[in-house]
Design a protein around this ligand. Structure first.
Ligand SMILES: *Cc1c(COP(=O)(O)O)cnc(C)c1O
Length: 366
């Protein structure tokens, strides 16, 4: 079967997800309640109570197919984004924003074409590009951040898509709205620019971008956001793209008819109504970020300043041994050797108690 598979699939390495708590408990004979997971940038506060109640009342409807057009969720997003006058005809929903990244690759890429993204950028860009049989052009980063000038220089006649993550995962680095505007002004109109703002809610608006302000001006811009991070709905899988109606039509043709399930749709509608939950999460994240930065400073460890809900911490050597010692003690973080950053560990910001447990365990190991 390997012989008949598309050759480029044989060369792919599967996505390495954060280790689930249950798996670590099985592997190391630990109690689940003693384990903390700071490995997938999930929300330590869980998710909105309003969304929880909405899910409960929707349970009775599970025998029915979801609304394939997701009318209510699109309306809720139109309202949420009203400052930018986004129309429902510009919104595509995905089974997580990864679904949308994959759709974009399937629609715009094929063998003989290429997509460009930064080194150390979110790995799904590479996976989606290679799965579509296209060439993945990784551009060297500058201090781990996207080098937008170098990305422009990498464009050639076969370039169809540019993926940007802002803030980027796993580095937490950011470019500004001004830098984005100058970048977009230099990109030919026939190249699609995908701006992934998965951590938009956490970032300082003065340092990061708001792509929604630019979709009317640039018909080749797709802004992608998710309910998995600040909204705490990672397990339900729901994300969205905002773009010109022509791009939206293409995405709509190629997506699976019922790609967002009914519980995810209703949860997202109510999660959007609960902006207090988002505010609390952002406050907790800022405090937790300071707590972890102060803690690792005592250990003389360096880090990349982050605009997300995670921090890439730099060690003197390859971190696989430190990671193993953390796992043994019930602390799951994310090694990022797969991002060519073998001397880093990425830790998601947790509750104050989780951050403290991480810092104490790390101190004991070092
Ligand atoms: C977590 C993350 C996503 C979100 O993925 P979902 O499929 O929506 O859960 C997208 N982009 C980046 C850069 C991320 O870190």
């Amino acid at each position: 079967m390997k012989v008949i598979a598309n050759d480029w699939i044989n060369h792919l390495s599967p996505y390495e997800a954060g280790k689930p708590i249950s798996e670590l408990a099985r592997e190391f004979g630990l109690q689940e309640e003693n384990i903390i997971k700071l490995a997938s940038n999930e929300n330590p506060l869980g998710f909105s109570e309003l969304a929880k109640q909405a899910i409960s009342s929707e349970l009775a409807e599970i025998a029915r197919y979801p609304d394939g057009a997701a009318f209510a969720l699109k309306q809720a997003l139109v309202e949420h984004l009203s400052a930018h006058q986004i129309n429902a005809s510009q919104i595509t929903l995905g089974n997580g924003s990864n679904d949308i990244l994959d759709l974009i690759a399937r629609i715009f890429l094929r063998p003989g074409t290429n997509a460009i993204f930064s080194a150390h950028a979110f790995i799904v860009y590479k996976l989606a590009t290679i799965t579509a049989g296209a060439e993945a052009r990784e551009v060297a980063a500058q201090n781990y951040a996207h080098d937008l000038t170098a990305i422009i220089k990498t464009i050639d006649i076969n370039t169809k898509v540019i993926f940007l993550a802002n803030p980027n995962n796993p580095t937490g680095t950011c470019f500004t709205q001004r830098e984005l505007q100058s970048f977009l002004a230099q990109i030919p109109a026939h190249i699609l620019v995908v701006l992934d703002e998965a951590y938009f809610e956490y970032a300082d608006p003065k340092l990061a971008t708001n792509g929604m302000q630019l979709v009317h001006q640039y018909p080749n811009l797709v802004v992608v956001r998710t309910f998995s991070k600040a909204y705490g709905l990672a397990g339900l899988r729901v994300g969205y793209a905002v773009a010109h109606p022509e791009i939206t039509n293409l995405l709509n043709k190629a997506r699976q008819p019922f790609n967002v399930n009914s519980l995810a749709q209703i949860a997202a509608v109510y999660a959007l109504k609960d902006q207090d939950f988002i505010k609390n999460g952002i406050t907790l994240n800022h405090k937790g970020m300071q707590q972890i930065i102060a803690g690792i400073a005592k250990l003389d460890l360096d880090y990349l300043p982050s605009q997300g809900n995670f921090l890439a911490i730099k060690f003197a050597q390859d971190t696989s041994q430190i990671n193993l010692e953390l796992l043994r003690r019930g602390v799951i973080v994310r090694p990022i050797a797969g991002y060519q950053m073998p001397e880093f560990l990425r830790v998601s910001i947790g509750t104050e108690a989780e951050n403290q447990q991480f810092l104490q365990t790390l101190t004991a190991i070092l």
